[in-house]
Design a binder for this molecule. Structure first.
Ligand SMILES: [Zn+2]
Length: 345
């Protein structure tokens, strides 16, 4: 059986990091002139604390700005809402990965291969989705971060780059009877093909095909409960042993022989590879989320408190994201966005 002690330690460390995480996501809807007039009438009577910024025919407004946010309206209606969307996007991937990883590791340890196969298959899909999305988010963020621009234009460029990307990722669905306004999600086979392409190996689609068969009441699922075939030396017959869990033989000397199980081997191999890659990509994706928050100072522009609301440090201090001294950190307009790991298997 595979030794998953290190993978379990890393999964539990992420679990610890995210267990109590919470974010109040704010989606800012651009208002046309009629909606803006209605919003202004309502605000005059309710006297809630809002800040707004107007562009060409559209207005954006958000409540609960900080004092700084009230002075920097264009940034306040853009950066904190987008940061809350990014944190929510990251937490989805983290919580889903951790739930699946823990279930897969427990199932593998107890020899419950039917569950390991289903969770390992889901982990391949989750890894393909994260690897694809982290590249999209990084590209959108870096396109907005690199150019040398005035403050006002910066906010609109960041919104134009990140808002459509994050909104599509969060609301895309595979259901067939979707309203026309809802984006349709990427086919899962596209994610698996992406993993093969990036890793320059057919491993992911091979695992995925077998584990899909094992996740349905098909040949692969039936293989879970039988040993790989033992052919009689004469060629006259084949012996397969059926059992609830993987079995082994112990001879009269006490020597142990394990039978082999193809689905168990593939499920464990996919669990190990996808597990470590997920942890690595989640850590890299969190650096992107933090880079956005620290470069834009989003948490300083709102009164809302949320997970990862890190504030820029003073020049002599250490960066709160853990990347090292603040003075040499790359959380600044014009600097490159944090990189995404290569996919090696
Ligand atoms: Zn940092």
């Amino acid at each position: 059986m595979a030794d998953f002690a290190e993978l379990r330690r890393q999964a539990l460390s992420l679990d610890e990091l995210t267990r109590d995480a919470f974010v109040e996501e704010v989606l800012v809807l651009p208002m046309d002139d009629a909606t803006t007039r209605g919003w202004k009438r309502m605000q005059a009577t309710d006297r809630d604390d809002w800040v707004f910024a107007a562009g060409t025919g559209l207005t954006w407004a958000v409540d609960r700005p900080s004092k700084l946010g009230a002075r920097r309206a264009a940034e306040a209606v853009t950066f904190p809402p987008l940061h809350s969307q990014m944190v929510g996007w990251w937490l989805f991937h983290a919580w889903r990965s951790i739930d699946l990883l823990k279930a897969g590791l427990d199932a593998s340890a107890s020899g419950t291969t039917s569950v390991t196969a289903v969770t390992s298959r889901a982990l391949i899909e989750e890894l393909g989705c994260l690897v694809t999305e982290v590249r999209l988010v990084r590209k959108a963020w870096e396109t907005a971060k690199l150019p040398d621009l005035a403050c006002l234009h910066r906010a609109s460029l960041v919104r134009a780059q990140l808002s459509p990307t994050l909104t599509k990722l969060q609301f895309a669905s595979r259901m067939s009877n979707l309203p026309a306004s809802m984006p349709s999600a990427t086919n899962v086979l596209t994610y698996v093909a992406k993993l093969d392409k990036l890793s320059k190996s057919p491993k992911f689609s091979e695992w995925y095909n077998w584990l899909s068969d094992a996740s349905h009441p098909a040949f692969g699922a039936r293989l879970i409960y039988v040993t790989n075939p033992l052919r009689h030396a004469s060629g006259a017959s084949i012996l397969r042993l059926h059992s609830r869990s993987p079995i082994h033989l112990v001879d009269h000397h006490g020597d142990r022989t394990d039978f082999t199980y193809d689905i168990e081997d593939k499920a464990n191999a996919a669990l190990e590879t996808c597990g470590f890659l997920l942890v690595e990509h989640l850590r890299a994706a969190l650096k992107l989320v933090d880079d956005f928050g620290l470069t834009t100072s989003a948490p300083a522009l709102t009164e809302r408190a949320y997970w990862r609301n890190l504030l820029p440090a003073s020049s002599g201090d250490t960066c709160p994201c853990g990347c090292g001294p603040w003075a040499v950190s790359l959380h600044a307009w014009g600097a490159e966005a944090p990189s995404v790991p290569a996919l090696t298997v």
